[in-house]
Structure formats: structure tokens, C-alpha cells
Design a protein around this ligand. Structure first.
Ligand code: COA
Length: 189
């Protein structure tokens, strides 16, 4: 549906559940994602079912699957949540579940492509996020694609035995449009 240089973003399907369940309880990935409680297949299935039918404006949520553009391999998910129709802002999230597929450029490309969707398809004006201060890879990606650091939530999350700071970042439509003006595409099909 939406192509970056390396990825294709498409609707998430219940068929993605098997791959999700293979990786979703990986501690190395989950320690940066809020909760370390394990996800059961039932709860993950319910999440996928909700995500695959959500209306961004009614449900405030929009989730896409990330695929390797070359091979079609399902790599992870990227989402907007707490979408405000009134203020046209949303919080951004991303996860490449298989750690072997991290650090190969897919996350940066998927983030850029999802920003394009946010600003060019959903018409958002501000996209924001918060990321664990120890998640150097994610922070590098966000900075690289144009998010700006706007502050720190101190000791916001309890994970791996300690309270951890979270870095708040955001990007405005006007900033993104400098790189991707109306009519531009994030990548070739
Ligand atoms: C965060 C995530 C989306 C990044 O995607 P990715 O495909 O792994 O990242 P990329 O390959 O696109 O880019 C990684 C960048 O971080 C850099 N990097 C990697 N490890 C790093 C580290 N420990 N310190 C600093 N920079 C680091 C890489 O060099 C690269 O930057 P460069 O292109 O300037 O060289 C992905 O790793 C992921 O899903 N992680 C697990 C879940 C998660 O943390 N989600 C985000 C929650 S806020």
C-alpha cells in the first residue's frame, strides 16, 4: 500500500498472528515497550482483530504492518494512537519484532513512511512520541527522520528493576513537508 525505500506498509491481518506470537514476548524488544508482562495468544489475537478494523477517527488508533519490500516478510508493526480529530495530533509507535531484522535500516524507513501517511493521508499536524532514554537505537532513528527532542519525562517507566526516564519528541507537518511536499511519495513501489 505505502512504499518506502525498503519497506511496504499494509493493513495488519489476523494471519500475522503466528509471526507476532513468535517474537512478541522477546524480553530484549519488550523492555523498551512499556510492559514486561507476557502477552497470551488470546490477548494478542484480540489486539490484532481490533487493530485490523479500527477507524482512526472513531477509535483513535491506526496500525499498519511493516513488510520487507523485497521479500514480503512481515517484520513488525507501526501505529498511531490517541489520535485527535480535533487537534490533528497522534502518538507514534513502532516495533520490529524479530531482533535479527533490527539495525538494517527498516525501522528508519518504516518511520519515515508512517510519518508520510500521518501527514499526507490522515492530515495530522503534530506527531509525537516518548522513548526510553536507554533506547539509543530508537532515539537515533527518530532524530534521523526529523523528530525533535522536546523534553524528558523523569523516571516515567518502571522496567528491568529501575525507574527510567523517557525522552519526549515531536515533529510538525510543516517540518516534514520541507522534505516531502504535497504530491511526493516516500518511496517507489
Ligand atoms: C527502534 C527500531 C524501530 C529501530 O529500527 P531499526 O531498523 O533497528 O533501526 P535502523 O537500522 O533503521 O537505524 C538504526 C540507527 O541507530 C544506530 N544505532 C544502533 N544501535 C545504536 C546504539 N546502541 N547507540 C546509538 N546508535 C545506535 C544505527 O547506527 C543507525 O543509525 P545510522 O543509520 O545513523 O547508522 C527497532 O530497532 C525496534 O523495533 N526495536 C525494538 C522495539 C523498540 O525499541 N521500539 C521503539 C520504542 S520507542
Amino acid at each position: 500500500m505505502y512504499y518506502g525505500d525498503l519497506v511496504r506498509l499494509r493493513a495488519i491481518e489476523v494471519d500475522d498472528l503466528d509471526v507476532l506470537m513468535k517474537y512478541v514476548n522477546n524480553l530484549e524488544t519488550r523492555r523498551f515497550l512499556g510492559s514486561l508482562l507476557p502477552n497470551s495468544r488470546k490477548s494478542e489475537r484480540e489486539w490484532v482483530e481490533r487493530a485490523s478494523t479500527a477507524d482512526p477517527w472513531k477509535d483513535g488508533q491506526f496500525v499498519l504492518a511493516i513488510e520487507d519490500k523485497k521479500t514480503g516478510e512481515f517484520l513488525g508493526t507501526t501505529s498511531f494512537f490517541d489520535i485527535s480529530k480535533l487537534h490533528r495530533h497522534a502518538e507514534f509507535g513502532i516495533s520490529l519484532w524479530n531482533t535479527e531484522r533490527q539495525d538494517k535500516g527498516f525501522g528508519s524507513d518504516a518511520t519515515t513512511t508512517m510519518l508520510w501517511v500521518g501527514f499526507h493521508v490522515l492530515g495530522l499536524n503534530n506527531i509525537y512520541l516518548n522513548a526510553n532514554a536507554d533506547n539509543a537505537r530508537a532515539l537515533r532513528v527518530y532524530e534521523k527522520v526529523g523528530f525533535k527532542k522536546i523534553g524528558v519525562f523523569r523516571e516515567m517507566m518502571f522496567s528491568m528493576g529501575k525507574f527510567q526516564d523517557h525522552i519526549a519528541m515531536d515533529i510538525l507537518r510543516s517540518e516534514f513537508l520541507e522534505r516531502f511536499p504535497p504530491g511526493s511519495l516516500p518511496g517507489e513501489p
